[in-house]
Design a protein around this ligand. Structure first.
Ligand SMILES: [Zn+2]
Length: 196
């Protein structure tokens, strides 16, 4: 639910590489493209993915707010500036998108500020966060009564599919977004150890 392509200045994951990975993987068939503050990569990646009926790209974006990063799932548009948490979350709600607090207890995370937000979900496992930071994120989701999702936060091809979210939904963006909001999700233990 959280992948960066080369449309993020700090990622080396080509859209083609992400699509090839999903095609090759026997298990993970969906990925959300969530570049930093741009939705340009979504369209390119979705176009490439459209050749394969058994994979799906969820459009999204990771917005840098002064309070921390927020992932919007389901939007191919950017929220209007200025990018403060409340406006970004409202933008997502108005469009039936899903807003997610990314890596709350890692660098660029919202930390306890997330408790005052009206987000839809918490990223309880982030591929670039330490186990203790992920544990705090899991506690936060429980305290707030919100669904938890996992994101590799991949910035290089070897990061792809290191973590995943199980979602009870069909291979359809709207159905997946609905299922996340309803909490029909489960985050299994980390698939392969990457950083920690
Ligand atoms: Zn990220």
């Amino acid at each position: 639910m959280h992948v960066h392509t080369t449309f993020s200045s700090d990622s080396t994951v080509q859209p083609k590489t992400l699509v090839e990975q999903l095609v090759a993987d026997n298990f993970i068939k969906v990925a959300a493209v969530t570049d930093h503050d741009t939705v340009e990569g979504c369209g390119v990646t979705r176009q490439l993915a459209s050749a394969y009926p058994d994979i799906l790209i969820i459009p999204g974006v990771e917005i840098s707010t002064p309070s921390g990063d927020i992932v919007i799932l389901g939007s191919e548009e950017l929220p209007p500036k200025p990018w403060f948490v409340e406006g970004v979350v409202d933008f997502a709600k108005e469009r039936d998108c899903v807003s997610v607090v990314a890596h709350p207890y890692r660098e660029y995370g919202m930390g306890d500020l997330a408790r005052n937000s009206r987000v839809d979900a918490i990223e309880v496992v982030n591929g670039y966060a330490s186990p203790s930071a992920n544990k705090l994120a899991q506690d936060l989701a429980r305290i707030m009564g919100l669904p938890g999702v996992a994101g590799s936060d991949a910035h290089q091809p070897s990061d792809l599919c290191t973590v995943y979210t199980e979602i009870q939904a069909s291979l359809d963006v709207d159905d997946i977004l609905r299922a996340i909001k309803k909490g029909w999700v489960r985050v299994p233990p980390i698939r392969k150890s990457i950083r920690f």
